[in-house]
Design a protein around this ligand. Structure first.
Ligand SMILES: Nc1ncnc2c1ncn2[C@@H]1O[C@H](COP(=O)(O)OP(=O)(O)OP(=O)(O)O)[C@@H](O)[C@H]1O
Length: 252
């Protein structure tokens, strides 16, 4: 598979806006404004400052947030029309694995995902163990998850998402909490996947390695292009903001 040719046709945003609204349905806070975008590469990096709207954009791909205006399509499926189908197709890896891991042990957690996939009771544990082995977690199959290291938990969360066999994987800052060794492990795993991967990240090295990128600033799409070009554009933006004295609250 070419890295510029995802398996299922890609992800499109057409004039997408998201806002919060009050009980009466009035717009309160704009989060994303008029985003039109086509994510066609097998590896896509979404970058931008804290609070710019990256997670919201990622959740739109996974139908965890629906647009207030416009359309998001994943491999041709409209997230508003067929949210269930999109949720089935798209795996979502959170930066915090504890948001993802439900069961007390790795084996039970993977087995639960397999159960949702319709794998029979007898098969589940065997398959779960195979998956854990593939992720070098088999020795921890019965260990209480809270006693795993942060890196092991993130790897388990990734194994769990992939056990559902998604067509697309959205990763929201998957390496933010990890040391360099675990960052390397997770990045290597992600780069070997056959699925289209949308990576929301502050890791500019990982972003620059993606064939496609997008930069979000204040809820707007401000640049698309190669990951490397997007990182350069983002650096320029931050440099201009710092030169203009515009720094976030609480920062030096
Ligand atoms: N459900 C919500 N209700 C109110 N405000 C929200 C909601 N979801 C997001 N926001 C706001 O929208 C903005 C964008 O949030 P989002 O999490 O998408 O940004 P982000 O770029 O992923 O940030 P970070 O890099 O810090 O994780 C933030 O100001 C956030 O507070």
């Amino acid at each position: 598979m070419s890295l510029s040719d995802p398996p299922g046709g890609g992800i499109t945003f057409d004039g997408v806006s998201v806002w919060t609204q009050d009980a009466a349905g009035n717009r309160v806070t704009p989060i994303l404004a008029d985003v039109s975008l086509s994510l066609t590469a097998a590896r896509v990096a979404i970058i931008g400052a804290n609070g710019s709207g990256k997670t919201t954009l990622a959740k739109l791909v996974a139908a965890l947030v629906l647009p207030n205006l416009g359309r998001v399509r994943v491999n041709g499926v409209d997230t508003t029309v067929s949210a269930r189908e999109v949720i089935r197709q798209v795996g979502y890896l959170f930066s915090d694995p504890d948001a993802q891991i439900i069961m007390p042990t790795p084996l039970e957690d993977i087995a639960l995902t397999l159960r949702y996939r319709g794998v029979g009771r007898k098969e589940r544990d065997r398959r779960a163990l195979e998956i854990l082995d593939e992720f070098r977690l088999a020795d921890h199959a019965h260990q209480p998850v809270q006693t795993l290291s942060g890196g092991q938990r993130q790897l388990l969360a990734l194994a769990g998402v992939l056990a559902a066999e998604p067509a697309v994987l959205v990763c929201d800052e998957p390496t933010t909490r990890l040391d360099l060794r675990w960052r390397h492990t997770i990045v290597e795993r992600l780069s070997a996947l056959p699925q289209q991967v949308v990576l929301v990240t502050h890791d500019l090295e990982a972003a620059a390695a993606c064939p496609q990128g997008a930069v979000i600033a204040d809820g707007r799409l401000i640049a698309t292009g190669s990951g490397r070009d997007c990182v350069e554009r983002y650096r320029d933006l931050i440099a201009a903001q710092l030169a203009g004295g515009s720094v976030p609250e609480g920062k030096p």
